[in-house]
Design a protein. Structure first.
Length: 418
């Protein structure tokens, strides 16, 4: 049961040596403070890095063309080449690892090339397949995305980013069903989308106009040309296998040397995710290593001070032993003092750390402070629970060695001690 008199006695003992208690507890305060801040900053960095690939399917590969770097079958190096519709058919037929495929076309954002009545602005225009939205995974604000019927019927429809909608339409006006003039041709708006990802394929989704790929090829006289290609792997198949397969097919179709590593550019999101996973593990290790190191130094400091306290109170402990105090009573008292001191200092460090993170969060959320590649710092509920557990264990551990020393004090020797 909770013994109020017992804990008042513990607090009185600590209060008698305020300066020593303060200096002793500061090590724990600083250790917990550093641990909380480092974990918060670590989470902030990881959140910022995660935003880079947020909204993209991790098994997606992207491909583009470049000049050949080797002569092959009578062709000189430095040859320009283009992907075309036939390449998609070959990939569907031969690439057993590919699940979805989406070609892309881009039209430059000329001077005020997107117009709505009396409002005009410059935006990138992008022709895609419906599968593109399974790879880039934008959020739908209203309406829908491009579908297969749009591709098959060459419909003159478009999906716009949220920034396009904000610029070309008045507040409260619904863009869905209205017509935009895009590069001189009218298209009906069927959807508004947005993303928080920092990866940009041709530009930000929020500032882009999407058209059905087939419609864009015909409406803007692009023939069968493809500017960019995206593919996803089937479940259980690594994206790197897709990357190798597709590059092999494209090189064979366009008479490019199999050893030419520059003619077909490409990358896959899976590699970026793996890289970030290793990076996050390293950041977590550093945060815990430095934070726990600072905490450990505080625990050692408290343990040393408690050893000094036990030595100074040798006579008191001896008297207690002589009056019949049980060994566990002495241990309980020493450990309790260490626990109270550690808990108070640790709780203060935890609250100060959370307070600092909250100030940074408010500054970043309010827009007064912008840090690239970071999100507002935070500490999870699980971390808070672990911090409390660490505090309790720290207090117990810090008091065990001094308590063991106290048990070795003999009553008769302690009473004689000056």
């Amino acid at each position: 049961m909770f013994d109020l008199d017992y804990w008042q006695e513990i607090w009185s003992t600590i209060s008698r040596n305020k300066l020593r208690s303060f200096l002793t507890g500061f090590g724990i305060f600083w250790g917990i403070f550093m641990l909380v801040v480092l974990i918060g900053v670590s989470n902030s960095f990881k959140g910022g890095m995660a935003k880079i690939v947020d909204g993209f399917s991790p098994n997606t590969c992207f491909f583009w063309t470049d000049m050949t770097s080797e002569p092959y079958q009578g062709f000189k190096k430095g040859r320009h080449w283009d992907m075309n519709n036939r390449d998609m058919e070959l990939i569907r037929e031969k690439a057993k690892s590919v699940e979805y495929i989406s070609p892309m076309l881009f039209a430059g954002s000329g001077s005020k090339n997107v117009v709505n009545k009396h409002k005009a602005a410059s935006y990138t225009v992008k022709g895609v397949y419906p599968a593109n939205f399974l790879m880039e995974r934008p959020h739908i604000e209203s309406g829908r995305i491009i579908n297969e019927l749009d591709i098959q019927a060459n419909r003159k429809v478009c999906v716009i980013g949220e920034e396009v909608a904000k610029t070309l339409f008045t507040e409260g006006e619904n863009p869905i069903g209205q017509n935009l003039r895009v590069n001189g041709i009218y298209f009906q708006v069927v959807g508004v989308i947005f993303t928080v990802s920092n990866i940009q394929i041709g530009g930000s989704i929020n500032e882009m106009v999407f058209l059905p790929f087939s419609t864009m090829q015909k409406a803007f006289n692009q023939g069968d040309k493809i500017h960019f290609l995206a593919c996803t792997s089937k479940p259980g198949i690594p994206a790197s296998q897709v990357e190798d397969e597709v590059k092999t097919i494209l090189k064979a179709a366009h008479k490019i040397s199999p050893k030419d590593d520059k003619a077909v550019g490409g990358f896959n999101i899976e590699e970026m995710v793996k890289m970030f996973t290793y990076l996050f593990a390293g950041v977590d290790f550093i945060a815990f290593f430095v934070g726990l190191g600072a905490l450990l130094s505080g625990i050692i400091g408290i343990s040393n001070i408690m050893m000094v306290t036990v030595k100074e109170r040798t006579r008191e402990i001896g008297v207690r032993r002589a009056l019949g105090a049980k060994p566990m009573t002495i241990v309980k008292q020493i450990v309790s003092e260490s626990f109270v001191l550690t808990s108070l200092a640790g709780l203060g460090g935890f609250l100060f750390g959370i307070g600092l993170l909250q100030l940074i969060d408010n500054a970043m959320t309010g827009g007064s402070m912008k840090i690239p590649l970071f999100v507002p710092p935070f500490v999870s509920f699980t971390t808070a629970v672990w911090a409390i557990v660490i505090l309790v264990l720290s207090g117990i551990v810090a008091g065990l060695l001094p308590a063991t020393r106290a048990l070795k004090v003999k009553a008769i020797d302690a009473i004689r001690d000056e």
